[in-house]
Ligand binder design. Structure first.
Ligand SMILES: [Fe+2]
Length: 320
């Protein structure tokens, strides 16, 4: 939100007097302020309707500020909401605990009103920029979905690839952020098909060399579409590389073995599995056991990571 009148701040404190001080200060600056009396209520309110900023006490009954912060930062709906811990605690260990919980800033009690307003403005400005970038990514995801839906053969493909890739990443022990990036990249991996002639994508038979060369451009087109958005930086290699293979015979960069990192291996396996088990213009969907056989054979020739293919069929394919 760029309009100050629309910025919503959640003030969390178990002391009524402390809440009042912050509500008065922020209210007089034109912000819309809501309150919660402890960490549990804060989590509940913030998840139901994410505010633009949270100012939160640390020592509270039911749920401490640290724990509330940790939960909100772990949830997709609120992970980008800045959280300031307002605390009387100045010990180094407490600060470290706050940072570990993912908080964005600290204010020390009693709150200095000028400092409070300056920090609030800064964090809200950053938040509004992040919102804009997120909206841009959402527009691209909507476009990718629309692109899938237009084509009977790919309806729901990106959603499924996103789900499989994220789950396989988690099984491989990748971190939360890497798994999240796998999901985002899964949603967007084929966005470059927006520039591909639909006739080629729907062609019932094999493509000519010229047609195939045209279709093969889509990972680079997708990469170029997403490149201007800085928040997409961690997704670029995944989008560009989703047709690479370990044997160096993929495209566009003919990457080989170690040049194909584990997250990209997860995405390619998810994509190939969904392609095999869905109807295509040139063939009917194949059953899962056939897909496993095909992909295991391909893995044994060095096309895919055999360990990941096994893990996928062991744990992930049951998702749908
Ligand atoms: Fe693709």
């Amino acid at each position: 939100m760029t309009d100050i009148g629309q910025d919503r701040i959640l003030v969390v404190d178990d002391g009524a007097e402390n809440r009042e001080i912050l509500v008065d200060l922020l209210g007089s600056e034109g912000y819309t302020v809501d309150t919660a009396v402890d960490g549990a209520e804060a989590v509940e309110k913030a998840l139901a309707s994410p505010p633009d900023l949270i100012l939160m006490d640390v020592s509270m009954p039911r749920l401490t500020g640290f724990e509330a912060c940790r939960r909100l930062k772990a949830d997709e709906r609120t992970h980008l909401v800045p959280i300031v811990l307002v605390t009387g605690l100045v010990a180094r260990e407490d600060r470290i605990q706050g940072i570990a919980a993912g908080c964005d800033d600290f204010l020390t009690k009693p709150v200095d009103s000028e400092q409070l307003i300056a920090r609030t403005r800064n964090l809200l400005r950053t938040k509004s920029l992040v919102d804009e970038l997120e909206q841009a990514e959402n527009v691209l995801v909507s476009l990718a979905n629309a692109l899938d839906a237009k084509d009977n053969y790919t309806r729901g493909h990106s959603e499924r690839v996103a789900r499989y890739a994220e789950a396989l990443g988690a099984e491989m022990g990748l971190g939360r952020i890497e798994c999240r990036n796998l999901r985002r990249a899964g949603l967007l991996h084929d966005i470059g098909k927006i520039g591909t002639n639909l006739e080629y994508l729907h062609k019932p038979g094999p493509l000519t060399t010229t047609e195939y060369e045209e279709v093969k451009k889509h990972p680079v087109v997708g990469f170029e579409i997403c490149r201007p958005l800085r928040t997409m930086a961690p997704l670029l290699a995944l989008i560009r590389g989703h047709h690479e293979r370990l044997d160096g015979r993929g495209y566009p960069d003919a990457l080989r073995a170690d040049a194909v990192p584990v997250p990209l291996r997860c995405l390619t396996i998810a994509d190939v599995y969904d392609a095999i088990t869905s109807d295509r213009s040139y063939r009917k969907a194949l059953p899962r056991d056939r897909a496993f056989k095909i992909m295991s054979e391909e893995a044994s020739t060095g096309m895919w990571d055999a360990r990941l293919v096994d893990l996928f069929f062991d744990k992930v394919q049951h998702l749908d």
